[in-house]
Design a protein around this ligand. Structure first.
Ligand code: C2O
Ligand code: CU
Length: 519
């Protein structure tokens, strides 16, 4: 081949590569306004197909005319059975006088933590963590949220509580971020007892870390609530790292709690950080009572194991306080129950296997039957990897969902009443705590082995590198729901997808123009 021709061919190839890379760069740019309805592509999980509001699979790229999407969605979503419902209208049964009524005001300020250190960040009603909300099953909770001066705006999301979609608190999906000086009221009925928490879902990777969160406990009966508020045997323990210092309820090192010898204490540990934690209780009788607000059936006493709690997750532990006191140890941080000063012990190697803890019960029957008969209405895959590409124009090696980079991620499409299975696997090199909004999922199997212990229900499931879980849930809460990584910087870097119901649309948008940045 003549040299000139070779040179021309290589120039042409170089130009082609540049054009391709340039196109990828351009295609990755996020519009100044975009909605969850048109992110990526529709995934029906092998089940019945139906019309969807966004361009979905029909469009080869979502970089279209974004401006009229909301209007467009309104007219085309749904199964031809009338107009689609907007998330803002999915409010549930929330009329009447609230049983619990709370005002929460967000501020940017220097706060004195419970242990006396001062912290520069955000606060709710002047403190971080914010006030704990206590309720009883069946209560209508009303929270009047005011953002005083958080510049980016803020919201409140009720982590683990299956609220009606309108109350979910996700900026750009279920509401607009509440701007400084504005207010927003949340109303929802709490119908499952357990330990939960709330946090901002606007710029959440920054706002949660800097203090915009608090606890929410739903007691089975009014009497439990009364006992708990008298103090003593029922304690919420929010674990949070401020400026690199791990604290429990704002106290570094040791949180002392008064308790009598022989008393049975329930401690509700909440992991509000981005990475997993473990705890154990040396030198005392203890059991794990609940995971993510769901009771373990027949929990047995534990010894020489640590209990893992993924980011966003909760673990309720019961400790029978011995006469010399006991410590719930989280590494070097601990809760000291009762009198005495037992020394910190070295952490055991073994980790509690939640797939075989407790005893099988009649729970999850529907889902277990579906698993045995392999008869789910939908079967989704949430496969977490990592690959090179552009994220909003930034080159890097980014988290991928089913091989796709944000925003080209799956829209998991369901119909109300579907029995849904999702297989979550991870080969990305890091842990990912996967959190589904609005639904409680039951773990069916881990690495191909069905669970043999108590029903294990979660809303935040830590999936380690190399692991694979099958989880299942009933699609019983219509809306547009996030399913994302609760290592919030990962979510910000694109580990976000949505579960979407037939006939539901959102008129809210994300992006710089509306000022909604949920992660
Ligand atoms: Cu705890 Cu999407 O959040
Ligand atoms: Cu992650």
């Amino acid at each position: 081949m003549p040299r000139r021709l070779t040179a021309r061919i290589s120039t042409a190839l170089a130009v082609l590569v540049l054009v391709l890379v340039g196109w990828q760069w351009w295609a990755s740019l996020l519009p100044s306004s975009y909605t969850a309805m048109e992110m990526g592509y529709v995934d029906f999980g092998g089940g019945e197909r139906f019309d969807h509001a966004g361009p979905g699979e029909a469009a080869d790229h979502w970089h279209g005319d974004i401006a009229h999407t909301a209007a467009h969605s309104r007219t085309t979503a749904g199964a031809g059975s009338g107009d689609p419902v907007d998330v803002a209208d999915i409010v549930g049964e929330t009329t009447g006088r609230p049983d619990v009524s709370v005002g929460l005001t967000a501020t940017e300020q220097t706060t004195t933590l419970a242990d006396g250190t001062s912290y520069d960040g955000y606060a709710l009603n002047g403190s971080t963590p914010g006030p704990t909300i206590q309720a009883v099953v069946g209560d209508l909770v009303e929270v009047r949220f005011r953002n005083d001066d958080v510049t980016d705006g803020a919201t409140l999301h009720w982590h683990g509580v299956d609220v009606p979609n309108a109350a979910d608190g996700v900026a750009g999906v279920t509401q607009d971020a509440v701007a400084a000086g504005e207010e927003h009221t949340y109303r929802f009925v709490v119908d499952e007892p357990g330990s939960y928490w709330y946090h901002s879902h606007q710029v959440s990777h920054e706002q949660v870390e800097k203090g915009l969160f608090g606890g929410l406990v739903v007691h089975p009966t009014r009497r439990d609530l009364r006992d708990a508020s008298r103090g003593g045997d029922d304690l919420l323990a929010l674990v949070h790292t401020y400026d690199g210092e791990r604290t429990i309820n704002g106290v570094a090192d040791t949180l002392p709690v008064a308790a009598d010898a022989g008393e049975r204490v329930r401690v509700r540990l909440v992991n509000t950080n981005n990475t997993p934690m473990t705890f154990w209780v040396p030198g005392a009788r203890w059991r794990l009572l609940a995971t993510d607000g769901h009771d373990v059936y027949r929990p047995t006493p534990l010894e020489d194991v640590v209990v893992p709690v993924g980011a966003g997750g909760r673990a309720d532990v019961e400790v029978v306080v011995p006469s010399g006191g006991a410590r719930i140890q989280l590494g070097e941080t601990s809760i000291l129950l009762g009198d005495g000063d037992p020394p910190l012990e070295d952490q055991p190697e073994a980790s509690l296997d939640l797939t075989s803890y407790g005893a099988p019960s009649a729970e999850d029957e529907l889902l277990r039957e579906a698993a045995e008969a392999d008869s789910f209405d939908r079967d989704f895959t949430y496969d977490i990897g990592r690959r090179p590409g552009f994220l909003d124009g930034r080159p890097g090696i980014w988290w991928s969902v089913n091989g796709h980079l944000y925003p080209d991620v799956p829209m998991f499409m369901v119909q109300e009443g579907d029995l849904v299975r999702m297989t979550i696997s991870n080969h990305s090199g890091e842990d990912h705590p996967i959190h589904l909004h609005g639904h409680r999922v039951s773990v069916l199997s881990k690495d191909g082995e069905p669970i043999t212990g108590s029903s294990w229900q979660v809303d935040s499931l830590n999936v380690e590198h190399g692991e694979s879980y099958e989880v299942a849930f009933v699609a019983d809460n219509p809306g547009v729901w996030m399913v994302h990584c609760h290592n919030l910087p990962h979510a910000k870097d694109g580990m976000v997808a949505h579960l979407m119901y037939e006939g539901v649309t959102t008129s809210f948008a994300m992006g710089d123009d509306p000022g909604n940045h949920p992660e």
